[in-house]
Design a protein around this ligand. Structure first.
Ligand code: AHR
Length: 512
């Protein structure tokens, strides 16, 4: 059996986890809102029309922050359409996703919903069709206590207290040709700066996220970040990154129709890792040019696996309310990659302070609903659940000695992907580990330096014989994790067996 060795040292740390890295995202897209979180008339609907079964599944994920209302949607959105009496709200053509937006849910209802799931809103302003004026009015409507036009309008709409929304996105993916109101970097940088200044004048307590690249494959990356940050460095707090992993495809794979390139797929988080490192370097370059003292952090506010629904989506008729767009049927391999991506985010917690799994319900989602029927967990739900529930405290910097492999797209890929967090308050170590190899188990020895008398509290394993199997409405608990006995500690040496292609959580606690 192949073996790997990892050293975890109490004194060798990366940084404390900002819990906002376990954020997520709900866009007015497809069935995320309508028949997703909101379905009046459903047997599980509460008095506002929100589905209680969905609320319970979301709450278990312990998501501290949820990005809203888009996404591409925000670049054509008039927030005023979604406030005030519901019967007066207009139905609009929604150009980003070629749908019809009924505006039954707007900012106020969404704030109510986030309270029901113990979370907070991260709000985006429209910098596609709109600009400074809309942004300042929206901050006034949401955050100003009262006595002015927009704050009093909020009160009139039934919300006497300000929403106190802390984190704001200055538009969405403004580097993308597909974006409504797409801009060149200097055009966006100038606009974002002026918008940021007025938003802060209305509420000096807010934090602002400026748009970075829509992905590392954009031709303007990383010049986009350099130029945009040169315009905005002193007036923003975070730069955003987006990354979706897809299954390797294209001409080079044609000869392998029945042999998908799983080995390359399982290494896709290495692109995410490189993306973060390049953006960190770009931020630090601009910091040096500006002789600045403050740091800009990263808001990785869209990340996930996305490739199953491309074909289906092309066949969906436009101009429907809540069409089933971007409904990914996730399989087990996707969940293991999501685990790898979470490990990458944890490895960069010194710079990544916010991250949003995109998205949350029905659209690229860990949670699916059947209209009028059940809500269920997809495979990707589980690694996120484990990390958001247990991945707290300080991230330890692991020294990893692993066997490696070459695939069609990557070379020198470590078979193991792993990270650990140490929660000082609870005296627990939580280790997350992936075995990328779909053929062989891996035996790992963790040397726990500076951690004496720790014992295994729990060992969760997510494995499945068929990597391409997932959960369905008919069989919603087909592919679920289980408790195992694969780990033992002896004199601060932890030995763990990682089954072939698996996501593993090893929870250790100090015994007094
Ligand atoms: O999450 C789906 C879409 O992906 C978002 O609307 C957009 O920002 C990105 O391209």
């Amino acid at each position: 059996m192949r073996k790997a060795k990892v050293i975890l040292d109490k004194d060798f740390t990366i940084s404390e986890v900002d819990k906002r890295i376990y954020g997520s995202f709900i866009e007015h897209l497809g069935r995320a809102i309508y028949t997703g979180i909101y379905e009046p008339g459903h047997p599980q609907a509460d008095e506002q029309g929100f589905r209680k079964d969905v609320i319970e599944l979301v709450k278990a994920l312990k998501i501290p922050i949820i990005r809203y209302p888009g996404g591409n949607f925000v670049s054509g959105y008039n927030w005023e359409d979604g406030v005030g009496p519901k019967e007066q709200r207009p139905k609009r053509l929604e150009l980003a996703w070629r749908s019809i937006e009924p505006n039954e849910v707007g900012i106020n209802e969404f704030v109510d919903w986030t309270k029901k799931v113990d979370s907070k809103v991260m709000m985006a302003v429209n910098l596609g069709t709109r600009g400074i004026d809309e942004a300042r009015n929206l901050v006034e409507y949401c955050n100003f206590p009262g006595g002015t036009f927009y704050s009093d309008l909020r009160k009139k709409h039934g919300y006497p207290e300000p929403h106190k929304i802390k984190v704001w996105n200055l538009g969405n993916e403004m580097d993308g040709e597909w974006q409504i109101g797409h801009k060149l970097p200097h055009e966006y940088g100038r606009l974002a700066r002026e918008v940021a200044k007025v938003m802060r004048q209305v509420d000096p307590n807010i934090e602002l996220v400026v748009c970075g690249s829509s992905g590392p494959g954009m031709t303007t990356f990383p010049e986009w970040e350099r130029i945009v940050l040169e315009h905005t460095y002193d007036v923003v707090d975070y730069v955003s990154l987006h990354y979706y992993a897809n299954f390797p495809s294209g001409p080079e794979f044609i000869e392998l129709p029945n042999n998908p390139d799983l080995a390359s797929f399982m290494a896709k988080n290495l692109d995410m890792d490189r993306f973060i490192k390049t953006v960190v370097s770009t931020i630090d370059y601009v910091k040096a040019v500006k002789r600045a003292k403050k740091d800009i952090h990263i808001s990785f506010d869209e990340w996930n696996v996305w490739y199953h629904s491309f074909e289906k989506d092309r066949k969906i008729e436009p101009w429907q309310i809540a069409p089933p767009l971007l409904e990914e049927d996730y399989n087990f391999a996707d969940a293991v990659l999501v685990g790898c991506m979470i490990i990458t985010l944890l490895r960069h917690v010194d710079r990544v302070k916010i991250a949003c799994l995109a998205q949350l319900v029905n659209v690229l989602a860990p949670i699916m609903t059947v209209k009028g029927g059940i809500a269920y967990r997809q495979t990707i739900y589980y690694p996120f659940l484990h990390a958001s529930n247990y991945g707290h405290g300080i991230v330890l910097n692991p020294k990893i000695d692993s066997p490696k492999y070459d695939s069609r797209l990557y070379t020198d890929v470590p078979v193991i992907e792993t990270i650990a967090t140490y929660d000082e308050e609870e005296d627990t170590i939580n280790i997350f580990a992936v075995n990328r190899d779909a053929k062989e188990d891996l035996l790992v020895e963790y040397n726990l330096k500076g951690f004496e008398k720790f014992k295994v509290l729990e060992n969760i394993v997510y494995e499945n014989d068929d990597p391409f199997e997932g959960n369905t409405p008919e069989n919603p608990d087909k592919v679920v994790p289980h408790l195992a006995n694969n780990a033992k500690v002896n004199n601060s040496i932890l030995e763990v067996l990682l089954p072939k292609l698996s996501w593993n959580v090893i929870r250790l606690k100090k015994i007094n």
